[in-house]
Write a protein that binds this ligand. Structure first.
Ligand code: GLU
Length: 286
């Protein structure tokens, strides 16, 4: 028996619900178990890509599928002040600094790539910079942060054990973007802590991001959840999901006459779940 977990499915409504989301949502629901809590959170801080129409469509599709949150759905764009408060704390602790570099300037000066494939910031503005005509982004001084923590935090990956963190290889990541004033890493860790998420479930594409998120949790004194990264869905030919495979979205499948049950049981969904870690007592009898 495993203890009851609180899990969450945290989609960003940048498009319609697709089979990849179905895997994530279902995996999260399964990992919560019978007696756990399953939460849905809408991660819509990027207001240029996430529109109210897409959010409404996403929620409607989830309702149709019967994937419902055990608590009211949290929508990140409604809580921006809470994230700003975290930034203020980190700023006061001199763990953030403003950076005025353009993308181009960074690309020209950068020499390293982070474990997630992003460019490592070369540190140009770390020791002070200002620019009259440019709005800054705010970066975490990773060196300072790791000095404060006196360790590079790792994490517990269900089915695999303790994983060594690699936050030092990410460099000074952006915590407050120029356009939105916040960032994915900031909001996701804040909300996981606020909502009492014990088991972070999500796709393997976000495995590397865990290193960075663990640093924020430790700096803020937030609890350490365990992680379970599920296998990603693949097209029938092992390649990127194609329209024929259902990449056009749940809505389109529904229009073609698929029932919710059939979508949840889609061979590609089953395949991804079969390749993911699920404790024996949580495996659905299907
Ligand atoms: N909102 C993120 C996404 O849709 C997922 C965040 C997470 O699960 O940590 O990719």
């Amino acid at each position: 028996m495993t203890l009851p977990a609180t899990t969450r499915f945290a989609p960003s409504p940048t498009g319609f619900l697709h089979l990849g989301h179905v895997v994530s949502g279902l995996y999260s629901r399964i990992m919560a178990g019978e007696s756990g809590r399953f939460l849905i959170r809408i991660e819509d801080i990027d207001t240029t890509r996430c529109t109210p129409e897409l959010t409404a469509a996403l929620r409607e599709d989830l309702d149709w599928l019967g994937l419902s949150s055990d608590e009211p759905v949290r929508q990140q764009s409604r809580h921006l002040l809470q994230y700003q408060a975290v930034l203020d704390i980190l700023r006061e602790r001199r763990l953030l600094y403003p950076c005025f570099c353009t993308r181009r300037e960074i690309a020209d000066a950068a020499t390293q790539t982070a474990p997630d494939g992003s460019v490592v910031y070369p540190g140009t503005c770390r020791h002070g910079a200002s620019h009259a005509d440019r709005e800054p982004v705010w970066r975490l001084d990773m060196g300072r942060a790791l000095d404060v923590l006196q360790q590079v935090p790792g994490w517990q990956e269900l089915g695999r054990g303790r994983i060594a963190g690699q936050a030092d290889a990410f460099g000074d990541i952006v915590l407050a973007r120029r356009d939105t004033g916040v960032s994915y890493h900031l909001c996701v860790t804040h909300d996981d802590a606020l909502q009492g998420v014990t088991t972070v479930t999500r796709g393997r594409d976000l495995y590397e991001a865990t290193s960075v998120q663990r640093v924020l949790q430790e700096l803020m004194g937030w609890p350490e959840p365990v992680y379970a990264h599920h296998a990603l869905i693949m097209g029938a030919d092992g390649q990127k999901l194609s329209k024929r495979d259902g990449a056009e979205g749940v809505r389109a499948l529904r229009q073609e006459g698929w029932t919710a049950r059939l979508v949840l049981d889609h061979p590609l969904v089953r395949q991804a779940l079969a390749a993911s870690f699920i404790p024996a007592d949580r495996r659905p009898d299907r």
